[in-house]
Ligand binder design. Structure first.
Ligand code: GCV
Length: 645
């Protein structure tokens, strides 16, 4: 089960079998340049013959036009399949598209199809540390072993990074940030004295069309430069950033730019100097502009030391309150990176209203492929349907989220685990992220089908795999925090149930359950007023108890346990029913996997079984803790008389 150049590492969606259709053909690749050479090397590696008289031709378009830097056109006529592009990256993406299609790319005729990415930058953020962090480990919120970029404090084996680059190029990712947004002492130095390590990684990613970005510490001028201040309006500070950035581009001419988490969860930022986040972002944007770089400035800014007794402070409001007034003040190369929901990557959240509130700002929507709150790669939870719903959500009358955002960014789920993602089925999430970033309109179930074909082969029991994964996000939702209320996870590591774990903490994530009811009143009429941050119709839909969708009810409203949902059930009975059904469903998922026995690699089979066993155990724990908690609070028995403790 290994890639041909990495012993013991699973090939994910690029096993030799995925190239079978190409291997059987003669292929012509036109043009020159590094990316074209990558395509040629891929063709040879696939086992195909490079020839003039070919059945697969990859070349430059001329007349097709408007394919941009990365698009391609695919067609087939008279027994010849043709990929045309305007620029080399298009050839690379076109080649991998042919890999995905397999024999279908060489069957019958095909009218010209144009494939152009919806978003210019499709980016993964790694939350990797160079040093192993005493609490967070080497990868913050990582569930797949150590970092593939860093080992024992230094840049590591680049063969693994190269294999990763291939996988990412095959799904259209073109940017990676290589260190955690929480930038500690060692990692801060990647910007200066350890820059060579970053350059070495950039060299490996470049042939696959991927640019390197770096998370930097806002206080770098103080920490690294010895200046007395990091005030973004200070001339000395600006000169320091300009010079540091010049050196970066000297080492990495195609460097992508910086990622910044500022004034957030203890990271330094412009507030410390009485400046706005516009001032902060623009200082770095100005340093990057002469070289064509961008700064990704995160909007995840909130008070993580709030008093739980204070019901007027609402963490959900924070990003909008901080950033919406700054619309129009950011430089063109400053990209505001906004988590998809107003809280923090929960299984179910409404869309962040910031995405609609800043039409004069470039916004990137941030997703989380690593399953911090969705089962930590111990639970099978296919997130394609969630992301598809997010990107397709009609947030304004004129546009959906994908239309409002300039980019999509996600936290990677990859580590040095032999299967890359801990749970082998979590590979499908990484795959789906790349495909949806390229085309948000793709159907997540079809994406899963593609992943199955290329990764596990066309012969496996795909029906069983679909039955396990298609609805697994909703299944996960059904046995965890109910009706959009969020959290209820064990503080710190965030795995498993702990209903009151965060209730009396400073983190701002509360459910307010008492003997009468549960939920957060975020209405304008009687609550925190968060609903007022939305454009119409959402501001009224969420405000209204009658119109608010069931799955978000407790995010927006505090209701009695007897409140009748739109689906006809009471809140308390819904909690019982979904938790019993969800846990039961995981038992069924485990049973379904048996149908794959003998059809997949033995190591992969063992790993999936082990994870599904844990999912069954953990789902039962969630069911029992959540049901028992609400039974004890409310005193309302289950109408179906099932066992609650
Ligand atoms: C990188 C959540 C996570 C943190 C993470 C933070 C962020 O709070 O639990 O580990 O820090 O989000 O997105 O910055």
């Amino acid at each position: 089960m290994s890639t041909d150049d990495l012993d013991g590492v699973h090939p994910a969606w690029l096993p030799p079998e995925a190239f079978r259709a190409i291997a059987a053909r003669q292929v012509r690749v036109a043009g020159t340049g590094p990316l074209v050479e990558t395509v040629r090397a891929e063709v040879t590696r696939a086992g195909a013959t490079i020839a003039e008289d070919a059945e697969l031709v990859l070349g430059f378009a001329g007349e097709v036009g408007s394919l941009g830097d990365e698009g391609f056109a695919l067609s087939r006529r008279d027994g010849v399949t043709t990929v045309l592009a305007d620029a080399p990256a298009g050839l690379l993406y076109g080649f991998f598209h042919v890999v995905r299609l397999g024999e279908a790319a060489f069957t019958g005729d095909r009218p010209v199809e144009r494939h152009v990415p919806a978003m210019r930058r499709r980016m993964l953020d790694h939350w990797d540390h160079v040093d192993v962090h005493p609490v967070m480990g080497q990868v913050e919120r990582g569930y797949s072993g150590g970092s593939i970029f860093w080992r024992a404090g230094a840049a590591r084996d680049l063969a693994r990074v190269r294999a990763y680059a291939r996988l990412l190029a095959a799904v259209g990712i073109n940017a990676i940030s290589v260190n955690n947004v929480n930038v500690h002492a060692t990692e801060a130095k990647l910007l200066t004295e350890r820059l060579g390590d970053v350059a070495a990684i950039a060299d490996v990613l470049r042939p696959y069309g991927i640019r390197v970005h770096l998370s930097v510490n806002f206080a770098a001028p103080v920490i690294l430069g010895g200046l007395p201040t990091a005030d973004p309006l200070d001339e000395g500070v600006r000169a320091w950033w300009a010079e540091a950035t010049r050196r970066v581009y000297e080492a990495i001419p195609d460097f992508g730019g910086y990622v910044v988490k500022a004034d957030s969860e203890g990271q330094p930022g412009p507030f410390g100097y009485g400046r706005s986040h516009g001032d902060g972002a623009n200082a770095l944007a100005d340093a990057l502009a002469p070289f064509g770089g961008v700064v990704h400035w995160r909007a995840f800014v909130y008070n993580h030391r709030q008093d739980w007794r204070d019901r007027s402070t609402d963490r959900a409001r924070a990003a909008y309150d901080h950033f919406a007034p700054l619309d129009g003040q950011f430089r063109d190369n400053a990209i505001l990176q906004v988590k998809y929901g107003p809280i923090d990557f929960q299984t179910r959240e409404p869309i962040s209203p910031v995405i609609a509130a800043m039409p004069a700002t470039a916004v990137a929507v941030e997703l989380q492929v690593t399953q911090e709150y969705t089962g930590q790669q111990r639970h099978a939870c296919y997130l394609g349907p969630m992301w598809s719903a997010i990107l397709g959500f009609p947030l304004t009358e004129a546009a959906d989220v994908a239309g409002l955002a300039k980019e999509v960014v996600a936290v990677s789920n990859v580590g040095d685990d032999p299967f890359w993602t801990g749970h082998p089925l979590a590979q499908a999430n990484l795959y789906a992220f790349g495909r949806l970033a390229w085309d948000p309109a793709l159907d997540p179930v079809s994406i899963l089908d593609e992943w199955i074909d290329v990764t596990l082969g066309t012969e496996v029991d795909r029906e069983a795999l679909h039955a396990i994964l298609d609805d697994s996000w909703r299944t996960y939702e059904s046995y965890t925090a109910p009706l959009g209320v969020g959290f209820m996870v064990r503080p710190g590591h965030h795995y498993g149930p702990d209903v009151d774990g965060y209730e009396y903490t400073p983190w701002g994530t509360y459910h307010f359950a008492d003997r009468d009811g549960v939920g957060v009143d975020r209405t304008r009429a009687t609550g925190t007023g968060f609903t007022g941050q939305y454009p119409e119709p959402w501001s009224d839909v969420y405000e209204s108890l009658e119109r608010c969708p069931d799955e978000l009810l407790l995010f927006f409203h505090h209701v009695p346990y007897g409140h009748v949902l739109r689906n006809g059930s009471t809140v308390i009975q819904h909690i019982y029913d979904t938790h019993f059904a969800g846990a039961e469903r995981t038992v069924e998922m485990r049973r379904l996997w048996e149908r794959l026995a003998g059809q997949v690699d033995a190591g992969l089979d063992t790993r999936v079984r082990e994870r599904l066993d844990e999912q069954v155990r953990s789902a039962a724990e969630w069911r029992d803790q959540v049901n028992t908690y609400f039974y004890r609070k409310s005193g309302v028995p289950d109408a179906k008389g099932r066992r609650i403790y």
